[in-house]
Design a protein around this ligand. Structure first.
Ligand SMILES: [Zn+2]
Ligand SMILES: [Zn+2]
Length: 262
């Protein structure tokens, strides 16, 4: 029996979450997930919509209570999804020292302080892709994170204007990003939230590139903000990873990784 884990989930402790942690747990058990990691948004940018929203103490207490209640049925981990770490490095470093976390997804959600949709409408798709990959590279070089979140997420917004990129156009950036991640002993996540539009974040070709470069550290996450998507396509992605030749997906405990055979 496969050990299935969903390592990207948002509850109501995230500004945009529509489900309680208990609802996530019940859904996860019903579809036979073995482990989940809740990864709430947190931001240190006063202009960001999620600024000052997240309450760690309540989150921690709630996870402790539910871990006791559902003990033996599912493993529950405490994570965060951070944005733009490199712009608020000192705040994040201090926060990570003072709070007991299992896992951190490092993501880029904004460029020039604004969302990708705005950037695309004001500066075009090409500019947005390029600026995004540059921003990701700047982040992975210095960031404290366990896996990079949804690499190439700009696809989600470019898709709305009919433009999904060719890997060749940004291959140098992506190569540098993956090399940096591998050399720093960090990983990438495979995010299933675009699969209903046939989009995988990152693209399948990037997963092949990661494998060819010697990358091994991977997590799989649905990025569910509501119950219906918890665990979505996790099993499907495990099959895909197997086909590519990966051997493990990873789980985390107090930021120590553990490879689980696929
Ligand atoms: Zn994200
Ligand atoms: Zn997310």
């Amino acid at each position: 029996m496969r050990y299935l884990s969903d390592y990207h989930l948002h509850s109501k402790y995230s500004f945009d979450g529509n489900q309680t942690i208990e609802q996530i747990i019940r859904k996860a058990i019903s579809i036979e997930l073995n482990e989940i990691c809740i990864t709430e948004h947190i931001s240190f940018d006063p202009k960001d919509i999620s600024y000052n929203f997240f309450d760690f103490k309540e989150y921690e207490n709630e996870i402790q209570r539910l871990s006791d209640e559902y003990c033996g049925k599912i493993n529950i981990k405490k994570g965060l999804e951070i944005g733009e770490y490199h712009l608020h490095k000192e705040d994040f470093d201090k926060y990570f020292k003072e709070h007991n976390l299992d896992f951190i997804i490092g993501s880029i959600h904004n460029l020039n302080g604004r969302g990708f949709r705005t950037n695309i409408s004001e500066n075009g798709v090409k500019y947005t892709y390029e600026a995004y990959f540059k921003e990701v590279l700047a982040f992975v070089q210095i960031g404290d994170f366990d896996v990079l979140g949804h690499l190439d997420i700009v696809q989600r917004y470019a898709f709305e204007v009919g433009n999904v990129y060719n890997l060749e156009d940004y291959k140098n950036y992506i190569y540098d990003i993956l090399k940096t991640i591998i050399s720093r002993g960090k990983g990438i996540e495979i995010n299933t939230s675009g699969l209903s539009n046939n989009l995988l974040f990152p693209k399948l070709e990037i997963l092949h590139m990661y494998k060819d470069l010697g990358g091994e550290i991977l997590t799989v996450g649905s990025d569910a903000h509501s119950r219906n998507r918890v665990g979505e396509k996790v099993s499907y992605v495990y099959d895909m990873l197997n086909d590519i030749g990966f051997n493990y997906v990873f789980t985390y405990d107090h930021r120590q990784m553990n490879g689980i055979t696929l």
